[in-house]
Write a protein that binds this ligand. Sequence first.
Ligand code: BGC
Length: 768
Amino acid sequence: MTDPLRTAPAAAAAAAAEAVARLTLDEKAALATGASWWTTAAFPHADIPAFRLADGPHGLRLQNDERADHLGINGSAPATCFPPAVTLASTWDTDLAARVGSALGRESLAHGVHVLLGPGVNIKRSPLCGRNFEYYSEDPFLSGILGTAWVNGVQSQGVGTSLKHFAANNQESGRMSVSADIDTRTLHEIYLPAFRRVVTEAKPWTVMCAYNRINGVHSSENHWLLTELLRDTWGYEGVVVSDWGAVVDRARALAAGLDLEMPSSSGLGPARLLTAIASGELDEKILDTSATRIAALAHKATPQNPAHADHDRDAHHDLAHEVAVRGAVLLKNDGPLLPLDPAAGPHIAVLGEFARTPRYQGAGSSRVTPTRLDDALTAIAATAPAATVDFAPGFPVDDPDGDVAALRAEAVHTARNADVVLLFLGLPPSFESEGYDRDHIDLPSEQIELLRAVTAVNPNVAVVLANGGVVRLSDWIDAVPAVLEGWLLGQAGGSATADLLFGHANPSGRLTETVPLRLADTPAHLEWQGERGHARYGEGLFIGYRHYDARDMEVSYPFGHGLSYTTFAHTDLRVTQDDAGFDTTVKVTNTGSRAGHEVVQVYVGALDSEVLRPVRELKAFSAVSLRPGETRDITLRVAREDLAYFDIVDDAWLVEGADYRVEVGASSRDIRLATTITVEGDTYADVPDADSTIAAWRTHPVGGPAIDRLLERVRETMGDAYPQEGSPRYRMIADMRLSQLAKLPIVPLDFTDVDKLLAAVHTGPGRN
Ligand code: BGC
């Protein structure tokens, strides 16, 4: 959107530089560090206003500076608590993510917040990460697309965002110091693409560097990450801000590209900058550059448009309800239990404390004080006014003194005579939070024991789950006919749950992470959290479904799975290729009797690749709404560049010339249609040098034919002794370095030939 308050980039940069020119050295150093917990420093004489940052991401956490914290300890002003990222992502709906973003932008405006700290696009490497509820997915493509939509939504309101945590913040244990040790290809293909997409497509006003180290270097001091990659390669022009307290050495951080240290560091950050500049360790020009970026952001952020500030709390509650309805995932629904018919089942037992005391968000810096809170128990009673609704809490939540046996007995008694049991299970709040990880993925044992006791007296049990990270289902799910995975549903989750259970809304969420059979099956299991300060990402590219598919492992529920009260058919797959990628078109029909959303998913896998590649990777998707009987042609675009892998020799993305399998389905393991296309590879090739092997020379478009001509000379000399192409002996020649071959006395090649070859490849087409 065009905002009249925004200045043209060149003029804005000039105004910021002029403002910074009016600052003393001390003032510039002070500008590069927060003035308080949530605000930057103001310099009215230079026309640099302060701006305010606040968490994020699923609601506004506005605190006053006297009782501020970044761990969710103190309270904050009431704000709409939307469902956290895990649930928003399960909608697979970019429009919805953008609408939530704009609503958050409006709430930020209303509270004078200039930069909202989100989204978190870190990859869910293990289900154990305590902060998985704040992240979108195990898949980088999905995370990047949703993050882009969310940032566009917030920023459409003239409020900035902070893309976090850059990068590879995939565990909470040891997060302030642990080194994520990741090989180059995995870093580029799994842990960076979501950041790259959001940076290049949505231009977040700030990027927040992570606490952890990457390959031994603190993210806050990582010049490669913050400058070479982010700015020089991705073209980022905004402000890099530290995670709260992530700066280790202020001078090294500034030199690496970290513009703004947050929060205030009691004067230590600015003092360190001044000493470093005085001693010549740090060039003042680097400080000027960062100060100019911060001033430009202050100019851009502060003249907020009051016309956008109004928001209707009820409308935002309704939006939170819509996301909750769309994000809950119906994992299992065998038989006629769901949707419930209030008339057919007049006696409903609602069991489990979470029905009365909802678990609706995670803990830590993202904790929001909701404007209101729906609970499922009240909503169920209101939805089925003619029914008898009996409640029993069933188990204690985070209460070591709770009487487990008495609570269970009461719940079993309540279940015994009911027509249907709605059993609310989940993770107690203490199980998952920013700052620490889980050490298992099981539900508390008293909950599973309750489930067993209840199903023994009443088989009509639908389980509703509340958990921010994946829980193990395989040890109990066979005992119940229906399971609704509610994740964390935000402040309207209770009413959304009732709507879904009674069929006033049709479940449409799809898993954005695999539910494994057991923790030991998960990709990072053996090396999770690492040792002696280093977490080695030994599983490489094979995270989430990439891991389970490559090893052909059984899972409880695959990535992309989710049921509906209706059914969908996919037919008539067509693929149309062009130079920039291809369009996948498929007919999708709602074959059932209720309106619903299908999430059409396109996966692509390279066949016969030169390098190790996942079997399939998500490359396009769309959440489509269809009336009963309705058919629509859905066209999903796959960009050519999204077929590339990161080549470690060339340090560049490369589209391989190969056949690619294009699959369309309702989940990564429910592929309905597939076809194979041939994609021409990037025409450039490695430029070989004297020490490249003969095999490498033969792959070059100019060098290949030239080396073949020289080998012909060798063949003529050797006659029948020359090995047949493809034979083991031929491979021995192919493995030799060109310079090695040229040195051998009996081979009729010398260094004049080598020089000629080198000249030929350097004037011919070369990579980069
Ligand atoms: C978190 C960030 C958050 C910041 C400010 C840190 O503890 O890692 O995500 O934005 O605090 O509260």
